[in-house]
Design a protein around this ligand. Structure first.
Ligand code: ADP
Ligand code: UDP
Length: 238
């Protein structure tokens, strides 16, 4: 697949056009960022690990009936994806309290929620991704009612599919963020599912295997992503 013009370079990925206008090339870079881009570092091998990790999860979700943008791996750090009209909101599901929900609601860390909770955030670094609700999304025309319902349902279904998958690998899926877009009149899961956008804890020791290792300067960031990948059965070439 011919790599075309660079369309967008984000904090961790670059998006290129291809000869087919319905497809894009998504490149996972080693760049890592946290706190809305205030802490950044290039972590060797992270792009490669995330590319293979993402492919595995997207294929698992597709097999379980979620429409995703993933088409195929086209190199160690690149995948071919559908060209989506992205909806500028982040969909977050939590099974255990940690991170922003504790700061926002003053609740304790590590509460196992009775049922998973769901939150929308506006994708806007300058405003630090403020929390929004479905009325904001409708009032400002970011998405329509039907699209909001689908994003919510698909995100909760993703949690129902992935929680047991991780559990079998000895990992707790604590929380995660998804982004969706439009394609041929449908809502499709876009962006990525990697340890950069979720929290994964070892089921026994509760050791963190995700981007909190970077946020909290715990070290062995990519090594921990690789432990999670290997336990899931994701094979990553050397
Ligand atoms: P950010 O934009 O937050 O810095 P990234 O570095 O991950 O994040 O950049 C990837 C960008 O590509 C994001 O803005 C994301 O919304 C967008 N994107 C992800 N998947 C697709 C897709 N299938 N089609 C079009 N854009 C996409
Ligand atoms: N998340 C993400 N991108 C964001 C914000 C959050 O991938 O811009 C993920 C984050 O990795 C975690 C979940 O969404 O798995 C919930 O994050 P939270 O709201 O607790 O934010 P944080 O603690 O990172 O500020």
């Amino acid at each position: 697949m011919e790599r075309g013009e660079l369309l967008y370079s984000g904090k961790a990925k670059s998006i290129y056009r291809t000869s087919d206008k319905r497809q894009l090339l998504m490149e996972f870079r080693d760049d890592t960022s946290a706190f809305d881009g205030r802490k950044t570092e290039a972590l060797s091998r992270k792009g490669k690990v995330n590319n293979y990790f993402n492919a595995f999860i997207m294929e698992s979700l597709e097999d379980a009936g979620i429409n995703t943008h993933f088409d195929s791996l086209v190199g160690d750090t690149q995948s071919l994806v559908k060209n989506l009209d992205m909806i500028p909101v982040e969909c977050v599901v939590r099974n255990i309290t940690t991170g922003s929900i504790c700061r926002r609601l003053g609740v304790e860390e590590n509460i196992e929620l009775e049922t998973p909770t769901f939150e929308f955030f506006l994708k806007n670094d300058e405003l630090h991704d403020p929390m929004i609700n479905e009325y904001h999304i409708r009032s400002f025309g970011w998405a329509e009612d039907e699209e909001i319902k689908k994003m919510t349902a698909y995100t909760l279904k993703t949690n129902a599919i992935l929680s047991p998958l991780f559990r079998k690998a000895g990992i707790i899926l604590v929380d995660f963020k998804l982004e969706f877009g439009r394609f041929n009149g449908d809502i499709v899961l876009g962006d990525e599912f990697t340890p950069d956008g979720c929290r994964l804890w070892d089921s026994e020791t509760r050791e963190k295997l995700d981007k909190d290792r970077f946020r909290q300067n715990l070290g062995d960031v990519v090594e921990s992503y690789e432990i999670a990948a290997s336990r899931l059965g994701v094979s990553i070439p050397d």
